[in-house]
Design a protein around this ligand. Structure first.
Ligand SMILES: *Cc1c(COP(=O)(O)O)cnc(C)c1O
Length: 338
């Protein structure tokens, strides 16, 4: 079946693979991993994940490198973030060891779905933790299921590394102050679907959310972090406790420092938007999406050329992809060979 996959033309959608991996938490401990065929899962109709959104997930990628080996990008960071998300919504997290084993096993059982080097594609890994105890009264589950599925994906944006227009969403908030914006819980994404759709209907592929308390500072885009490059080449990204700590953003900050740039993590007033030279949205799926304009209450701020990514974004993108595909020395030890 993988013979028919056109690696270069893969989008970002689920393509059926051989198997997924599952572990269950019951009576206080995690079971051994099970390899499951097919694409369905049997659940009690009263499971807390279905009724109360007791679910959190991760997203990371594995790459076939230039030397032919397969490696995941910073999976230990995803394991720690999932543990954090789980605790925030009263769930039992899998250990880092179990998390990594599940990712590795899922890759090993789907080797023919790992896109070859040179195609620009990668294997997307989606670990998911759900509460499975049936409850009709609100109470946390005591049983959990941890599954890891994988699927090959191409670059997120079919048109490639081209800039998009962003819209500042003033009508809806993404995350409450001291809420769950800083963890990757399923409910956040259902809550953002409608407002993202409103922005899309207006012709903007991505929506930018200000802080929910005052709408005075930049938080992040719907599913990716915000970062900006100043005219004197500093890397600026919001300091906010309702932003999801993006591993891509953290990695880009490190690369910016490697390039000798100053990195500033601070509050970014909305009225500072017009002063930046380049704006990027970052996350695992698209890595970096250059943003060429931001529309806020009728004012349009533009950044660089409208049909071309800026120089610094380009350099950061090439560097991180170079490390992921084993073309540039993995000087920070980010890649875990499987
Ligand atoms: C997953 C996610 C990101 C990106 O995080 P990465 O670790 O870089 O993939 C950014 N913002 C939100 C809201 C997210 O859910």
């Amino acid at each position: 079946m993988p013979d028919s996959i056109e690696w270069e033309n893969l989008g970002f959608q689920y393509l059926p693979t051989n198997a997924y991996v599952m572990s269950e938490f019951r009576d206080g401990c995690w079971s051994d991993m099970r390899i499951c065929n097919g694409t369905s899962l049997q659940l009690h109709i009263g499971a807390t994940c279905l009724h109360y959104g007791q679910a959190c997930f991760e997203g990371l990628k594995a790459f076939t490198r230039k030397d032919g080996t397969i490696a995941m990008f910073r999976p230990d960071a995803n394991a720690r973030r999932l543990a954090n998300s789980a605790r925030r919504i009263a769930m039992e997290p899998p250990s880092e060891k179990l998390f990594l084993e599940c990712c590795k096993t899922a890759i090993h059982h789907n080797l023919e779905f790992v896109p070859p080097y040179g195609t620009g594609a990668s294997l997307y890994i989606r670990p998911l933790l759900i509460g499975t105890t049936p409850r009709v009264g609100l109470k946390a589950a005591e049983e959990f299921v941890f599954i890891t599925l994988v699927t090959p994906v191409g670059p997120y944006y079919k048109d490639g590394f081209f800039p998009v227009k962003a819209y500042v969403q003033e009508d809806f908030d993404r995350a409450a102050p001291k809420g769950v914006g800083n963890v990757k819980v399923a409910g956040n994404y259902a809550a953002g679907l409608y407002s993202d759709l409103q922005a899309k209907k207006k012709g903007f592929p991505i929506a930018l959310y200000p802080d929910s308390a005052e709408h005075r500072y930049v938080d992040e885009f719907g599913t990716s972090n915000f970062f900006a490059i100043t005219s004197d080449n500093r890397y600026v990204t919001p300091d906010s406790n309702s932003v999801l700590p993006s591993i891509t953003n953290d990695s880009l900050q490190q690369l910016a420092r490697d390039f000798g740039m100053t990195v500033e993590k601070r509050k970014i007033p909305m009225n500072e938007l017009g002063k930046f030279r380049e704006i990027g949205a970052c996350g695992t799926a698209a890595v970096i999406t250059p943003v060429c304009s931001i529309t806020h209450n009728g004012t349009i701020y533009t950044f660089g050329k409208q049909d071309k990514a800026g120089e610094t974004l380009n350099r950061l993108y090439k560097e991180i992809q170079g490390i992921q595909y084993g073309e540039i020395d993995d000087r920070h030890g980010w890649m875990l060979t499987v």
